[in-house]
Design a binder for this molecule. Structure first.
Ligand SMILES: CC(C)(COP(=O)(O)OP(=O)(O)OC[C@H]1O[C@@H](n2cnc3c(N)ncnc32)[C@H](O)[C@@H]1OP(=O)(O)O)[C@@H](O)C(=O)NCCC(=O)NCCS
Length: 166
């Protein structure tokens, strides 16, 4: 399996993968593929990583710049998706580790709205005062790279629309 940057040829597969993988999630809004399209078009898709196996896109991770309150320098990870038939094979872990390695030198820290059970494997945790309106606080998680204490609302790029990840 190879983790690499997306190419133009991957774009249709990425859209299908996001829609298929997130169908399983009750909190999915069904808009996530469109969010990635908007991030790609508007320019702030800082990372767009695919996991490729035997020519097939089996996993995907996107990142975009974010703020915590008024503090810039944060990066938002998401969506992170793996083809349902390939869950449990280390693909999500490989994508997440590659993303963290690439982001560490550029950003203050990474943040996400996601499953704490999974994301804690990579060092993400909730912080008092870190949140997203209408989201349970435990799903809003951060991994500071420089010891920063994230405190305030996690502000996504406008491509997400208000609270669309909850
Ligand atoms: C979450 C997701 C990306 C994990 O991808 P994956 O390739 O299956 O994950 P990995 O193979 O790297 O890791 C699997 C391990 O994580 C655990 N795991 C997976 N989802 C978990 C969750 N929600 N809570 C706790 N543990 C979880 C598995 O039990 C497995 O544990 P093991 O290594 O002890 O056997 C994938 O299930 C997915 O696409 N889910 C739908 C989208 C989603 O929830 N994205 C948000 C992620 S924050």
């Amino acid at each position: 399996m190879l983790i690499r940057n997306e190419t133009a040829a991957d774009i249709p597969s990425i859209g299908r993968l996001i829609s298929e993988a997130l169908l399983l999630l009750p909190q999915s809004t069904g808009t996530e593929a469109g969010i990635v399209e908007r991030l790609r078009t508007d320019g702030p898709l800082t990372l767009s990583l695919v996991a490729e196996d035997k020519g097939e896109v089996v996993g995907y991770l996107a990142t975009s710049p974010a703020r915590v309150g008024t503090q810039g320098g944060w990066v938002l990870i998401g969506p992170l998706v793996v083809l349902p038939s390939r869950h449990g094979q280390g693909i999500g872990t490989a994508l997440m580790k590659e993303a963290i390695n690439r982001l560490r030198s550029t950003f203050r820290g990474a943040a996400l709205v996601g499953d704490p059970g999974y994301c804690s494997r990579f060092g993400f945790r909730a912080f008092a005062g870190l949140g997203v309106a209408d989201c349970p606080p435990e799903v809003v998680q951060a991994l500071p790279f420089d010891g920063s204490e994230p405190r305030g609302e996690l502000i996504h790029h406008r491509a997400f629309g208000l609270n669309q990840q909850c």
